[in-house]
Design a protein around this ligand. Structure first.
Ligand code: NAP
Length: 199
């Protein structure tokens, strides 16, 4: 399969690429890194990425910024960081890709643990994750026949502990190999409309 991975250079993206790269042709995409660049928050940039890459069998996104901070400090603008980047960025990737991916192709998005197991300062991420679960549930029944969509919802990855571990007291880090296999389940398997929890 020819697979786009947006966010390939990140902690989660590297896990997806390590798992799928042995069996498939991966096109690594990032905002600044990778074979091709895109800004997911900009629909014109997403269209240009698909034009550059051509027809693919699967689209994976492991990208999406959110704002972290105490609930009392959140503003509409800081909330919009996650809604614009993590939610609408990944939604745009699907909307722009429906007409462009191969017959029987799939979309795999990324959310995360914080809408089911919250941490302090994580409301923006929790809201974005919940929105993505709803989007996937709704979109799965309306995609063209044969197309599939899922969202992977990992716990804190073991490779991300040095960066984020202090914010996740008591959370059991998830081995990145298992995170990678969740993307294989979505891309190579048959399920659709699912939140694939890795914890
Ligand atoms: N790390 C974890 O343990 C964990 C657990 C659960 C959920 N998640 C979620 O998974 C996602 C990725 O997390 P991560 O830790 O892997 O992040 P990361 O290491 O910071 O990597 C993010 C990747 O996404 C790309 N990117 C960011 N914004 C983009 C945009 N607007 N357009 C295109 N590419 C963009 C970056 O591109 P460049 O390489 O060019 O900078 C980078 O490759 C986040 O939404 C996060 O909430 C992470």
């Amino acid at each position: 399969m020819k697979i786009i991975v947006v966010g390939a250079a990140g902690d989660i993206g590297r896990a997806a690429c390590a798992e799928l790269g042995a069996r498939h042709d991966i096109i690594k995409v990032g905002r600044k890194s990778g074979d091709v660049q895109v800004d997911l928050a900009n629909r014109a940039s997403v269209d240009a990425m698909y034009d550059t890459v051509g027809v693919v069998d699967a689209v994976i996104s492991t990208a999406g910024d959110v704002h972290f901070g105490p609930l009392s400090d959140f503003t509409e603008e800081t909330f919009m960081v996650g809604l614009r980047n993590k939610v609408m960025g990944q939604v745009n990737l699907v909307l722009a890709g429906i007409e462009r991916i191969a017959e029987g192709g799939s979309f795999t998005l990324t959310s995360g643990v914080l809408d089911r197991d919250p941490i302090r300062m994580g409301t923006g991420a929790a809201a974005a994750n919940g929105a993505l679960a709803g989007f996937v549930t709704g979109a799965a029944i309306e995609l063209p026949p044969g197309q599939r969509i899922n969202v992977v919802s990992p716990g804190l990855s073991d490779v991300s502990v040095p960066r984020y571990g202090a914010w996740f007291p008591g959370h059991d880090p998830v081995p990145s190999k298992r995170v990678g296999r969740a993307y294989a389940k979505s891309v190579e398997g048959a399920i659709t409309g699912q939140v694939i929890i890795v914890e």
